[in-house]
Design a protein around this ligand. Structure first.
Ligand code: SAM
Length: 258
């Protein structure tokens, strides 16, 4: 096998796709059912709901939808949602969730790759949550999202921030190039990288919010209470720039503007 950067990136890309297909069963139960996990799930859904601000008659695309946490919530807000993922197993979970929430008619699942979606100017808004850090070729994903959005369309993405309160974990993960918990490609970003990824690919950043990302294993009530308080401070104060997760709302620029 070739060791060229492209071949290496292709291998990492394929490994990431396969990792999630293998882990689609029980994915939510592992993450969002502990007290810390349930809190984090609620926070993430609330922040995305606020940033996307969608509603009836709007078309939304959720890239790398996973089990459809955001896709189904945005459908409940009124949007017609396309939920795209490379993993058929994840999409099966999304379909189950949509059926349980009675929004199957508002959520269309599609198997595909985030960096070559081939969707053209169809959507008012787009999300790609907790996924860019696991997909090499982040630029390809952002360009593909730009193609899928109408002018002025909104892109909401989340990034793991290595220059954060979890600095040592960020350094460790970036040196290893893998997640702590699983054998999957993982990258944490710096703020300048996040800014460039948007500015170079046709987006203007409108707003950022921070999330602490509390480890889901934390069970001690006092510690959890303390971490929740820090998390709330991270949302909109200057602390968002050192939060381990940064949520970005950006606007697609028209050709004339870019
Ligand atoms: C960490 S999960 C996030 C899922 C969901 N957005 C959430 O936050 O609950 C990452 C998702 O990205 C998907 N994925 C990985 N590589 C992909 C690719 N190249 N194209 C599309 N989806 C991909 C995985 O199948 C998985 O569902």
């Amino acid at each position: 096998m070739s060791n060229s950067p492209d071949a290496r990136q292709q291998t990492l890309y394929q490994q990431s796709v396969e990792f999630y297909e293998r882990n689609s069963q029980g994915y939510d139960a592992k993450r969002w059912t502990t007290p810390a996990g349930a809190y984090l799930n609620e926070v993430q859904i609330g922040v995305v709901r606020e940033l996307v601000a969608t509603g009836n008659g709007k078309h939304h695309l959720d890239i790398a939808t996973g089990t459809g946490r955001f896709a189904v919530d945005l459908a409940l807000c009124g949007a017609d949602v396309m939920a795209l993922d490379s993993s058929p197993g994840m999409l099966a979970e999304t379909n189950k969730r949509a059926a349980t929430s009675d929004v199957s008619d508002k959520v269309e699942t599609r198997q595909g790759f985030a960096n070559e979606m081939g969707l053209k100017e169809q959507f008012d808004s787009c999300t790609c949550m907790n996924a860019l850090c696991h997909i090499p070729d982040q630029k390809g994903v952002v360009l593909s999202a730009a193609e899928a959005l109408k002018d002025d369309g909104i892109l909401v993405t989340s990034y793991t921030n290595w220059l954060s309160l979890y600095l040592l974990i960020g350094i460790y993960i970036n040196l290893k190039g893998k997640s702590i918990h699983g054998d999957v490609y993982t990258k944490w970003f710096s703020l300048p990288e996040i800014r460039r990824l948007h500015a170079d690919n046709g987006f203007e950043i409108l707003e950022t919010q921070g999330v602490l990302h509390i480890p889901t294993r934390v069970k001690n009530k006092a510690l959890l209470g303390f971490l929740k308080a820090i998390d709330r401070l991270c949302r909109k104060s200057f602390l968002r720039f050192v939060a381990p997760q940064i949520y970005v709302k950006a606007r697609k620029l028209s050709v004339a503007e870019f």
